[in-house]
Design a protein around this ligand. Sequence first.
Ligand SMILES: NC(=O)c1ccc[n+]([C@@H]2O[C@H](COP(=O)([O-])OP(=O)(O)OC[C@H]3O[C@@H](n4cnc5c(N)ncnc54)[C@H](OP(=O)(O)O)[C@@H]3O)[C@@H](O)[C@H]2O)c1
Length: 206
Amino acid sequence: MKIAIIGTGNVGSALAQRLVLAGHQVSFGVRDASSTKSQKASAIAGTTILSIEDASASAEVIIIATPPEAVLALASQLGDVKNKILIDTTNSVRTRPEPYATAYHALKEITKSGKIVKCFNSTCFENMANPIYPAFGGIDMFCAGDDKEAKALVQNLAKQIGFAECWDFGGDDKVELLEKFALSWINLAIMQGHGRNLAFKVIKRD
Ligand SMILES: NC(=O)c1ccc[n+]([C@@H]2O[C@H](COP(=O)([O-])OP(=O)(O)OC[C@H]3O[C@@H](n4cnc5c(N)ncnc54)[C@H](OP(=O)(O)O)[C@@H]3O)[C@@H](O)[C@H]2O)c1
């Protein structure tokens, strides 16, 4: 599958490495190909560096891995994305794309795309680069959004890159809850000092 990643930082690079390993064609959409982050990302085997417009045009799936407020500027650069799946990995923790509550809501309104999925926001980039905890196997991922078909595809991508399960948190009305869930990880790992080698896994009794 052709996947564009907008953002060459921690999250974009971690997901790119895993997606290439899973056999996907990954391009980064960047605003400045000569930036330090772009240069570092260009070293990830199997990826290409393109403009945001070209990466978006050539992809079936577009992953947004930028600060949340960046979507206000970049949403229009994505072009016509009505038939593409957008994945929003952002968390409006420190900043948000005013007047929208989250980047998800901004993307939905500005791009008019219905195929947006919130995913890959609820754990750290280190866990995205390596979702395997030897004693437990793959950790879990979580997603939200109204489009069930788009969610099924993203759940499958999450499993392809090593997550054991990708739990459906619900529709658009659960997007902010999923960002709060990410805050719960930040609280435990950083504020309560348990460290970044920490992950969520759902267990169920038969
Ligand atoms: N870090 C984590 O563990 C983690 C976990 C879950 C979710 N998240 C969320 O994931 C998102 C990315 O986090 P990160 O840690 O990967 O950030 P990061 O390392 O700072 O990388 C951010 C990337 O966004 C790009 N960017 C910024 N504004 C842009 C714009 N207007 N157009 C295009 N690209 C732009 C930057 O490009 P330049 O090089 O040009 O500046 C950079 O490549 C954030 O929203 C964060 O809340 C992070």
